[in-house]
Design a protein around this ligand. Structure first.
Ligand SMILES: Nc1ncnc2c1ncn2[C@@H]1O[C@H](COP(=O)(O)OP(=O)(O)OP(=O)(O)O)[C@@H](O)[C@H]1O
Ligand SMILES: [Mg+2]
Length: 248
């Protein structure tokens, strides 16, 4: 059973085609990493999948109950504190106490200090804003998570910590997700499958299943898999620039 099924997706901005005949299925409990060069249409595809942009063509079938989106930019409400921003995505039915516990747990997972929670976005650093947005995604009861390069503003240690949280949160088969990244190590670490979007959004170039399940892979295996993908696998040839932009 698929949690998300995108078929024959086409889109254009100002008459310029950015996506053409893109199909992607994500199974229940599956975490898929989407990679591809800058500007190839990854964010646009994610926005279409999440129902934020209506595609010119194609169909989107969502079979999950609730989703959360962590955008490429933090997209926090400027007039609300970090605490309020994180609590925003929580289901209405939760009581005050449950809401508070959940906000605190998500904030702690995203390495935010309690004193930061009363700050407004303008008072937070770039990385803290991004972590607030990540905490908002984690706090929601979503069974499908969309992540658009969520960790690019974080230092390598924190990035690894956040990857572990995603693995625990979504890599264990209970939730599904689509995770965009420019970092191949990140993709191979957290995803069941890595999908490559063609450089001009002309369909999916191909995909590779990553051996073992997220969380079972050790650093050596991740390193060797990334080397194999980047150096030997023709599928990843056109995403070479990913490697150069790699930070983590
Ligand atoms: N709202 C918009 N109006 C016009 N053009 C847009 C809009 N959003 C995106 N585009 C264009 O669509 C193309 C795909 O953009 P998109 O943001 O999906 O790329 P991306 O693969 O996510 O890139 P990056 O890796 O840099 O985030 C780009 O050429 C971009 O300029
Ligand atoms: Mg993008």
């Amino acid at each position: 059973m698929n949690a998300l099924a995108l078929s024959n997706i086409g889109h254009a901005f100002l008459g310029r085609t950015v996506l053409d005949r893109v199909g992607l299925d994500i199974g229940e409990g599956e975490l898929v990493a989407l990679v591809g060069p800058s500007g190839c249409g990854k964010s646009t595809l994610l926005h279409i999948a999440a129902g934020l942009v209506e595609p010119r063509q194609g169909s989107v079938i969502r079979s999950y109950a609730r989703h959360a989106v962590v955008f490429q930019e933090p997209r926090l409400l400027p007039w609300a504190t970090a605490r309020k921003n994180i609590g925003m995505a929580l289901p209405e039915r939760l009581s005050g106490r449950d809401r508070q516990d959940r906000v605190l747990a998500a904030a702690a997972a995203a390495a935010l200090e309690e004193e930061d929670l009363d700050k407004y976005p303008v008072q937070l650093s770039g990385g803290m804003k991004q972590r607030t947005a990540i905490a908002r995604g984690l706090a929601s009861e979503a069974d499908f998570l969309f992540f658009d390069e969520p960790f690019s503003a974080l230092d390598p240690a924190l990035r690894r910590h956040m990857q572990d949280i995603v693995i625990r949160h979504a890599g264990n088969g209970r939730r599904s997700g689509l995770f965009i990244t420019h970092d191949m190590t990140e993709a191979v670490r957290i995803a069941h499958r890595v999908v490559v979007l063609e450089r001009r959004g002309n369909g999916i170039s191909g995909e590779r299943h990553v051996p073992l399940t997220p969380g079972e892979r050790d650093d050596r295996m991740i390193f060797e898999t990334v080397q194999r993908f980047m150096k030997e696998d023709p599928l990843f040839r056109h995403v070479e620039e990913l490697d150069e932009r790699r930070t983590g």
